[in-house]
Design a protein around this ligand. Structure first.
Ligand SMILES: Cc1cc2nc3c(=O)[nH]c(=O)nc-3n(C[C@H](O)[C@H](O)[C@H](O)COP(=O)(O)O)c2cc1C
Length: 276
C-alpha cells in the first residue's frame, strides 16, 4: 500500500471526455480521459476503427484537445477530481509532449499498453507495447522525465507476456502507477503486486476489470491492489455509487469487516459487451 485507496474512472474511447469526468466527479478521485491517438499512425488506426463503427476521439489537434480537456476537468469545483489522459502513439515524441501538458497541470499521463484492436496493434500501439518492453520503457521514461505522474495501462492474459516482469520493467523505468486490467483473472493482480513489492522502485497498483461493488473491491484489495478503477460503470450511476461506497469503506479500514456479510446487492456487469 502506497497511500490511501482511491477510485479511478478508466478510459472509454470516444466517451471519456471532460463532460464524462464531470458526471463521475462525485464518485471518483481520478478520471483518465481518452484514449487519444496522438501521432499520424495511431490516428490512421483510430480512423480505421471509426470506419468499422467504434467510437474514437479524433480532434484535429490532439495535443490541444488534451490540454483543453484536462483544463475543463480542473474547472470542476463542486467535486474536485484529478484528471489524466490515456494516450496511444506509435512514436515517442508526442507521448513526451502529452506528458509535458500533464506535468503542467498535475495531471496523470497514462501510456496505453492495453488496447487490443488489430488496427492499433499493427502500428505498435496498445498491447503491442507489452511485447516490446524496451520500447515501453522508453515511453515510460520519456513521460516520467517531464515530472508528470506516469501510469501504464496493461492487460493480463496475453500469451507469451510475463505481466509481472513487464510491470517491474515499467516501474524501474519510472512508472508511478501500474493500471492492470485483470481480464477475469484476479490472480494477475496478485502476481503484479508481489513483483512490485520485490522491485526497488515504488509504484501504485490500480486493479481494473469487473469492479462492481464491495465484493470485487475487497477481492482486489486482498490481492494487494492500492486502488481500483471502473470503466463501464462510469456510465451506470447506481453501480458507480456502490463502488464509491466500497472504496470509502476501504479507505476507512471498514471494507473487510463488512465484506462477505451478504448485505450488498449481487454485483452484475452492467453491459457485458466486447471491449478493447
Ligand atoms: C467502449 C470501451 C472503450 C474503451 N477504451 C479504452 C481506451 O481507449 N483505453 C484504455 O486503456 N482502455 C479502454 N477501455 C477499457 C476500460 O478502460 C476498462 O479497462 C475495461 O472496460 C474493463 O473495466 P470495466 O470492467 O470496469 O469496464 C475501453 C472499454 C470500453 C468498453
Amino acid at each position: 500500500m502506497t497511500g490511501d485507496p482511491f477510485l479511478v474512472a478508466a478510459s472509454l474511447s470516444g466517451a471519456a471526455d471532460a463532460e464524462w469526468a464531470r458526471r463521475a466527479a462525485g464518485y471518483v478521485d481520478v478520471a483518465l480521459l481518452g484514449g487519444v491517438a496522438l501521432d499520424p499512425a495511431s490516428r490512421a488506426a483510430a480512423r480505421d476503427l471509426v470506419a468499422r463503427g467504434r467510437e474514437e476521439f479524433l480532434p484535429t489537434d490532439p495535443l490541444g484537445f488534451v490540454a483543453d480537456q484536462l483544463d475543463a476537468v480542473a474547472d470542476i469545483d463542486d467535486s474536485p477530481v484529478r484528471p489524466g489522459i490515456n494516450v496511444r502513439s506509435a512514436t515517442l515524441g508526442p507521448v513526451r509532449e502529452a506528458a509535458e501538458i500533464c506535468a503542467d497541470r498535475d495531471a496523470v499521463c497514462e501510456i496505453n499498453a492495453h488496447c487490443r484492436q488489430p488496427e492499433l496493434r499493427a502500428v505498435g500501439c496498445g498491447e503491442s507495447l507489452l511485447r516490446d518492453p524496451d520500447r515501453l520503457s522508453r515511453y515510460v521514461a520519456a513521460a516520467a522525465e517531464t515530472g508528470a505522474t506516469t501510469s501504464v495501462k496493461v492487460r493480463a492474459g496475453l500469451p507469451g507476456v510475463d505481466l509481472a516482469a513487464t510491470a517491474t520493467v515499467a516501474a524501474e523505468a519510472g512508472a508511478d502507477w501500474l493500471h492492470v486490467d485483470a481480464m477475469d483473472s484476479e490472480a494477475a493482480v496478485g502476481a503484479v503486486a508481489s513483483a512490485l513489492d520485490d522491485a526497488p522502485a515504488d509504484a501504485t497498483l490500480i486493479a481494473n476489470n469487473g469492479v462492481r461493488g464491495r465484493e470485487t473491491v475487497a477481492e482486489y484489495a486482498a490481492r494487494g491492489a492500492d486502488a481500483v478503477s471502473v470503466g463501464r460503470p462510469t456510465e451506470d450511476p447506481p453501480v458507480l455509487a456502490r463502488v464509491a461506497d466500497a472504496v470509502a469503506d476501504w479507505r476507512a479500514g471498514a471494507l473487510c469487516d463488512r465484506s462477505g456479510d451478504g448485505e450488498y446487492e449481487p454485483e452484475q456487469d452492467p453491459e457485458p459487451e466486447a471491449r478493447p
